[in-house]
Design a binder for this molecule. Structure first.
Ligand SMILES: [Zn+2]
Length: 119
């Protein structure tokens, strides 16, 4: 019954792999939602900056510190997004080419897009 043991091992290996894959997929989906959420917040911040800038313009004065604060907030959120994208790339086992920014498998020696040496 050796063949049966082999089948059993293969089946359980496949099941484990599928489980890992669906876990990864769930994590990637969760992270993508977090990015969407941040992008929505950034859009709102841009809108608020526009309104504040108009208010300041109407008052004939210089741009207030409120605007500066919102700009910093946007900057922080962009940072957060790039951190999350980095996490997604780690899960997908890919990395970004420093030259062209395209994703490549982690074991690639050269960029699949521009041909730059990666290691
Ligand atoms: Zn490249």
């Amino acid at each position: 019954m050796e063949w049966f043991e082999k089948v059993k091992t293969t089946v359980s290996k496949t099941a484990k792999l599928t489980k890992e894959k669906s876990g990864e997929l769930y994590e990637i989906t969760r992270l993508s939602f977090a990015i969407n959420d941040l992008e929505t917040k950034i859009d709102k911040l841009f809108k608020n900056i526009g309104m504040l800038a108009y208010r300041d313009f109407e008052n004939g004065g210089e741009f207030s510190e409120d605007i500066d604060m919102l700009l910093r907030d946007i900057d922080a959120k962009y940072e957060e997004i790039s951190g999350i994208k980095e996490q997604i790339n780690q899960i997908k086992n890919v990395s970004l080419c420093p030259e062209c920014g395209k994703t490549n498998p982690n074991d690639a020696n050269f960029c699949l897009s521009c041909g730059k040496k990666l290691k």
